[in-house]
Design a protein around this ligand. Structure first.
Ligand code: GDP
Length: 458
């Protein structure tokens, strides 16, 4: 049982139009009642109905602090399922702080980051995947990330995992029953039956895992590297793509020394382009070609854009780059088509399976086709944003991988003709890790870690 009442400023700590101070816990209404006065002094919040809004003033003793609206939400119909009070005040940092201090003075305790959502979880209103989705909704960098997080918030990942767990526990129960009561339940053919069920669960988990890479790309952006020989037009391409969007471009300090990432949006798809400008500037002769360094970047890129200078003939370096990108997701751009071409689209197509497009980076020609291609590559046909479930969280991905491993062990045991009780151990392992994923057996440390990622007041 949670006995204390927490309070926090839930809006940003900058001056803005309105601000919100929230309280949750058994004393929320009592504290609100002590600090609030209605215009005629007649309304008492202690007895106010749930889901009502009250106009008035916040006082600390006789000192008037602000003119406010107070929202009352009684347990269990609130975000945390506890009694909650939201004070809508003016959005000045000083006034919000003063209201928070007054709430604390009259009995509330300052909330930890994420503590409101933690209470919603501990009180059973939401599961862990939904709680994590709250963070993702707040941090969503683009529409796709937002839509995926909101779906997770509504519980679609939870439902899927619950279903798989239900199947697994069904299998375990059947094995136990067959062992307890061999006369009535025939366990002889059970191996085959179990195999079918385990394979179904494996397929479902695999599908979720497959979505994880797309999920990560949606959340963090598609890691993109532009490669090509010096003067092919890499910087020109980047500048053209960034173009009018300059205003929304952000520089993210890269994880690799001396690299920067430019974030651009193509049809709402976030591309984080590693700016390889540094490659060109190095003094090292080999590095000047850029192939060595580009290789390192390319290894863990989601997408490679290979820019070829059409006004020069192909050489060894181009062949080396083609080799390097063979097994990657890549697009080849034949640049400078406004000049006399020494290299043609056909030549390139003969060297690679990847799509080849003609562009002129300097003249902004062919870029629309390129953008359409990117969109189709990632979202066309293969993926649908309407009903797919995306795994966007690394913790979920790890849990799913572990569950998959355990279920594969069950399959191995069945094929090897092991006794039934062998199956149960691995089935229960899978059941437990999936439970951890949705918080149905999550350890306290894990829960604390998850919630400490939250912002204040959420
Ligand atoms: P990088 O070394 O690959 O980054 O190449 P840059 O973007 O710096 O371009 C090298 C040179 O090629 C510059 O002088 C550009 O103006 C020129 N250039 C780039 N794209 C085109 C193009 O489409 N047409 C023509 N004619 N010149 C281009």
């Amino acid at each position: 049982m949670i006995k204390d009442t927490i309070a926090a400023i839930s809006t940003g700590m900058t001056n803005s139009g309105i601000g919100k101070v929230r309280m949750s816990g058994p004393q929320a209404l009592e504290i609100a009642d002590k600090v609030y006065r209605s215009p005629k002094g007649k309304t008492h919040l202690l007895h106010a109905d749930s889901h009502t809004i009250h106009y008035g003033y916040i006082y600390d003793g006789e000192q008037l602090i602000d003119e406010v609206l107070v929202l009352i939400m009684r347990a269990p119909r609130s975000y945390t399922t506890e009694d909650m009070v939201e004070i809508d005040c003016h959005g000045g940092v000083v006034v919000m702080k003063k209201i928070l201090e007054t709430a604390i003075k009259y009995g509330a305790r300052p909330a930890e980051p994420g503590e409101f959502t933690k209470r919603a979880f501990l009180n059973g209103r939401i599961d862990l995947t939904q709680a994590e989705a709250v963070i993702d909704v707040i941090n969503a960098k683009n529409e796709y990330a937002l839509s995926s997080s909101v779906k997770q918030l509504r519980g679609n990942v939870l439902e899927k995992i619950r279903q798989i767990r239900k199947n697994i526990i069904g299998n375990v129960a059947f094995i136990e029953a067959a062992m307890d009561d061999p006369e009535h339940i025939n366990a002889d053919d059970f191996g085959e039956e179990l195999k079918v069920s385990v394979e179904e669960n494996i397929k479902a988990i695999q599908k979720l895992l497959d979505s994880a890479d797309n999920g990560r790309m949606i959340r963090e952006g598609i890691k993109t590297v532009i490669v090509g020989k010096p003067n092919a037009g890499k910087s020109s391409l980047l500048n053209s793509l960034v173009g009018d969007e300059r205003a929304i471009v952000t520089d993210i300090a890269g994880t690799t020394r001396d690299t920067l990432e430019e974030s651009i949006n193509i049809h709402g798809i976030p591309l984080n382009i590693v700016d390889t400008a540094g490659i060109r500037e190095t003094q090292d002769v080999v590095e000047k070609i850029g192939v060595t360094k580009a290789k390192t970047f390319a290894q863990d890129a989601d997408l490679i854009i290979y820019v070829v200078d059409g006004s020069t003939p192909l050489d060894e370096n181009d062949r080396e780059i083609m080799d390097m990108i063979r097994d990657k997701k890549a697009v080849i751009l034949l640049n400078k088509i406004d000049l006399d071409l020494q290299t043609t689209k056909e030549m390139l197509e003969n060297m690679t399976q990847h799509p080849v497009l003609e562009i002129s980076a300097a003249n902004q020609q062919g870029l629309e086709d390129f953008e359409a291609l990117i969109r189709d590559m990632f979202f066309g046909g293969k993926l649908s944003f309407n009903d797919e479930i995306y795994i966007t969280n690394i913790r979920h991905k790890e849990a799913l991988s572990q569950a998959l491993e355990s279920l594969n062990l069950v399959l191995d045991s069945i094929c090897a003709g092991m006794p039934e009780d062998f199956f149960s151990i691995d089935l229960m392992n899978a059941y437990d890790v999936l439970g951890g994923m949705i918080g149905e057996s999550a350890g306290e440390d894990l829960i604390d870690t998850i919630f400490s990622d939250f912002c204040m007041g959420k």
